[in-house]
Design a protein. Structure first.
Length: 418
């Protein structure tokens, strides 16, 4: 019977009365309420965050605090020194710029980054098209049932790219897709999981991410520059040196040091991602595949690469988190089997058919466990050349040749477990 795929029995037909009972008792929930990822949903599934969404508050604090200090302590001198209300304009620009950055931050963190919906069951081999596109040499699992190959070849811009099968989402990941271990989702064009925004960076929010880091860099440079202008005005007004000017405006000195450190970090990040955009790479690909030393199948030239990131339409989400799902308890068992493999630990008690004396007798799972324990205890005797078996209170020696017959019987019983 080798080569045949185990097919579960068809689900029992429900009568009209039973169907009405299930429809009335089945609870109707939203997609976000039964979501298997690690995301956190707010406003009834309208906002989706990562599991580390609390770090978002700390990021907001790091952005807003220096701007507040700048407006409260540094801008007073600038308002007086600059004519025609230019001093007020400097403060207003910093406030508007900060609001713009906060909006970008929530556009990154609160929306679907490009999550690919999970399959309810593994894809069938015949559904995957021609088997020649699959990696060869992949034998089935240990039970003899055929299993899906771990990779599949896909043609991208005339180059063959291997895509992997995700055991968690039960699908072949599209090119440039990866599974985030933090959010527990497969994300299209996965770049990285950013702990500062508490969300994955993928196809649907990468544009906003680059705009966020570049805008934050410019805001830091803006505050850094005008803090120096403020120190310079104090030196000219009081005819003092730099040290005394810093003592007269210590907040300016603190902001200069703070923005200088932040610019080195986030400015370097902006430069790095500008390079990735021009070469059409992701952070994951840059660290994993190192396209610098080989051909990048996604590189279309820097002009088309930039246009793809900033001037292409953002794809719509593949998930409707507010859609209603109907939980059908009658299908709980039948969806747990696919291609002869158990996909869920919640499996009801099952029986095994054992051929005995020309008749098939049903053996419960508990009894089969006893048989397994007996098999293991007998198999331990194989370590010795001869074995002692307790029979009727007397020790009798059993030769290894006789034990071989016992082993063959054990193997035939153990084969029923498949």
């Amino acid at each position: 019977m080798q080569g045949k795929i185990y097919t579960p029995p068809p689900p029992p037909q429900l009568s009209d009365s039973n169907g009405r009972i299930i429809d009335s008792n089945g609870s109707s929930k939203r997609v976000y309420e039964v979501w298997k990822g690690s995301n956190r949903f707010f406003l009834g599934g309208r906002l989706i965050f990562g599991p580390d969404y609390r770090s978002l508050l700390f990021t907001v604090f790091l952005i807003v605090t220096p701007v507040i200090l700048f407006g409260a302590f540094v801008s007073q001198t600038l308002v007086i020194e600059f004519p025609y209300h230019l001093g007020n304009l400097i403060v207003v620009i910093s406030a508007i710029f900060t609001i713009y950055i906060i909006i970008l931050l929530f556009l990154i963190s609160g929306k679907d980054p490009g999550i690919i919906p999970r399959n309810p069951h593994p894809p069938e081999l015949e559904d995957e098209g021609d088997d020649s596109g699959l990696t060869t040499g992949w034998a089935g699992n240990q039970s003899g049932a055929p299993s899906l190959p771990p990779t599949k070849d896909v043609l991208v811009n005339g180059m063959i790219v291997k895509v992997k099968y995700c055991q968690t989402c039960m699908l072949y990941r599209p090119p440039r897709c990866s599974h985030c271990s933090i959010c527990n989702n497969c994300v299209e064009r996965f770049d990285h999981h950013c702990p500062w925004v508490g969300q994955c960076i993928g196809k649907r929010n990468y544009r906003f991410f680059f705009m966020f880091v570049s805008s934050t860099t410019m805001l830091c440079l803006y505050i850094f520059a005008f803090c120096w202008v403020n120190i310079r005005k104090i030196m000219e007004f009081h005819h003092c040196n730099l040290w005394k000017a810093l003592l007269k405006s210590p907040v300016s000195g603190i902001l200069i040091l703070y923005t200088f450190i932040v610019v080195w970090f986030i400015g370097g990040l902006t430069t790095f991602h500008l390079y990735l955009i021009c070469t059409n790479q992701t952070t994951y690909e840059n660290f994993r595949y190192r396209y610098d030393g080989k051909m990048n199948p996604y590189n279309l030239g820097w002009v088309r690469n930039v246009r793809e990131i900033f001037f292409s339409k953002i794809p719509t989400s593949k998930n409707n988190f507010r859609a209603k799902v109907k939980e059908d308890p009658s299908s709980a068992f039948y969806t747990s089997f696919s291609m002869g493999r158990v996909m869920s630990p919640a499996v009801p008690k099952r029986s095994f058919d054992v051929e005995m004396g020309g008749k098939r007798q049903a053996v419960a799972a508990e009894d089969f466990q006893d048989i397994q324990n007996h098999i293991e205890s007998v198999a331990a005797l194989e370590r010795c050349r001869s074995f002692d078996v307790e029979m009727g209170g007397k020790q009798q020696a059993v030769a290894a040749e006789d034990f071989e017959d016992l082993q063959n019987h054990i193997v035939s019983v153990a084969a029923l477990e498949r």
